[in-house]
Design a protein around this ligand. Structure first.
Ligand code: FAD
Length: 429
């Protein structure tokens, strides 16, 4: 039941993150004086998650054509297909041109990641906010939309003391992670109340918490260019990249990239073993041959020196490997028996780190799950269930890789939702 002051608008955007800020700007731009656009944000300032992104430097997008961006950033065909129209409608170049228009130059790193030249997420947020203001949308902060009703002629959005009567609603409330930024999944409850089915949220781009813990002395140490394997219920998923040891387990690009698959496998209630191939470019036989060659050349050197020089192991991990294969690091390579060598090679190719105890949803840079893609028209971001409702950003059931893909998806779907909601208002008129 709604009470309190009633306010009116044509398009109500719920959530002032990357998607909502773009949606509000383009809807207000398109409607001009013909309609009122209001953006409601529950936090005192919009864009809290954007400010955290890229460690505060904001990896705002990826320098690639829309097709290439989708191919690199979204592993699942269904998600790539869904996002295609949006990513063509509002491209990485469009975003960069918009930012440049507000004085925010961007730079492309060798790996394709795009950052503001100032390396400050604040600059990106300021540009987005200026865009919203110039377009004439009203921003209401510190106001949480608690419920949404379809009135038949539009929607009523209840925010406690105030409610908004609106013709169109754009839901842009984000995923469910880093709850202190305001993204706690409210939009999913509202979408459910309007008839949408919700895919259970899961962790993505999240660390893995392990048992036993890899060891306190390892926290903060990085392994570069290795392959992470996670085996669960007879199925193995793997990812190449860097791994960071943490106080609770492992993180880093390879772990984050694999976490969504791990969460899905592990969620089936089975044990998940985490191991690392420290020499992914060599097969067992190749690695053994390399060890033998090294031994022929430097037989008097100690095992620990070989591991320190020839493997990606940080010094702190060398004793762990030696202990695992029950060999003294001070042993001279020439003294290694054939069986020792075999054991060592097997360990280096599959260094068991521990078992997964959690893939924490709250610590994921993004969450998977949300509003099912088949319930949204990919050409407009309009709900197929509740006419007049548009959905964009991370509350949709997609999750991209690290590299600027998630923000670009939020900007692109936000752009399409804002444009379509405004066009639909004009058609009604
Ligand atoms: C630590 C971290 C680092 C990241 N780094 C990057 C990166 O470098 N590059 C990249 O591409 N992606 C990155 N991401 C992911 C990216 O930030 C998100 O995918 C993106 O911000 C999602 O945008 P969104 O607009 O859909 O949702 P959000 O940014 O989560 O915005 C949703 C907004 O809705 C508001 N809201 C929620 N419920 C209500 C309600 N009931 N009423 C009113 N307002 C509401 C919230 O307060 C929030 O402001 C990172 C994420 C994290 C957590």
């Amino acid at each position: 039941m709604m009470h309190g002051h009633e306010d009116h608008c044509d398009v109500l955007v719920v959530g002032g993150g990357a998607a909502g800020l773009v949606a509000a700007r383009v809807a207000a731009d398109a409607l001009g004086s013909r309609g009122v656009v209001v953006l409601v944000e529950r936090m005192t300032r919009p864009g809290a998650k954007l400010l955290l992104s890229g460690g505060g430097k904001c990896n705002v997008t990826h320098d690639a054509s829309p097709d290439r961006l989708l191919e690199k950033g979204f592993g699942r065909t269904r998600e790539r297909r869904f996002l295609r129209t949006a990513c063509y409608a509002y491209t990485a170049d469009d975003l960069r041109a918009f930012l440049a228009g507000y004085g925010v130059q961007t730079v492309v790193r060798a790996d394709g990641k795009v950052f503001p030249a100032s390396a400050m997420a604040d600059d990106v947020l300021d540009a987005l906010m200026s865009g919203v203001r110039h377009a004439g949308a009203r921003v209401v902060t510190g106001t949480r939309v608690l419920e949404l009703f379809d009135t038949g002629e539009g929607y009523l959005a209840g925010c406690g003391a105030v409610c908004f009567r609106t013709r169109k609603v754009i839901l842009a409330t984000g995923g469910i992670s880093y709850g202190h930024t305001g993204s706690t999944g409210d939009g999913l409850d509202m979408a459910r109340s309007l008839g949408h089915s919700i895919v259970s949220p899961g962790a993505a781009l999240a660390p893995l918490f392990l048992k036993p813990l890899p060891g306190r002395s390892l926290a903060g140490k990085v392994l570069r260019g290795v392959v992470l394997h996670v085996t669960c219920g007879g199925k193995t998923v793997k990812a190449f990249g860097d791994i960071l040891f943490t106080h609770k387990g492992v993180s880093g690009p390879a772990v984050l990239s694999l976490s969504r698959d791990v969460a899905e496998l592990y969620g089936q209630g089975k044990d998940a073993d985490v191991s690392i191939d420290l020499f992914p470019r060599l097969e067992h036989a190749g690695l053994e041959a390399r060890l033998l060659d090294y031994t022929v050349a430097h037989g008097a050197r100690q095992l620990s020196r070989f591991l320190g020089e020839e493997s990606p192991l940080p010094a702190a991990l060398v004793p762990f490997v030696c202990r695992r294969v029950e060999l003294d690091g001070a042993l001279r390579l020439a003294e290694l028996q054939r069986s020792d060598r075999r054991r060592l090679v097997a360990c280096l190719k599959r260094f068991l780190v521990g078992k997964v105890v959690s893939v924490p949803l709250a610590a994921g840079e993004v969450s998977s799950g949300g509003i099912p893609l088949q319930e949204i028209d990919p050409g407009t971001m309009a709900s197929r269930i509740s006419p007049g409702l548009y959905c964009c950003g991370e509350l949709l059931d997609y999750a991209g890789e690290i590299g600027g893909f998630n923000l670009q998806a939020a900007f692109s779907t936000g752009w399409l939702a804002g444009t379509s909601a405004a066009a639909s208002c004009q058609q009604d008129a």
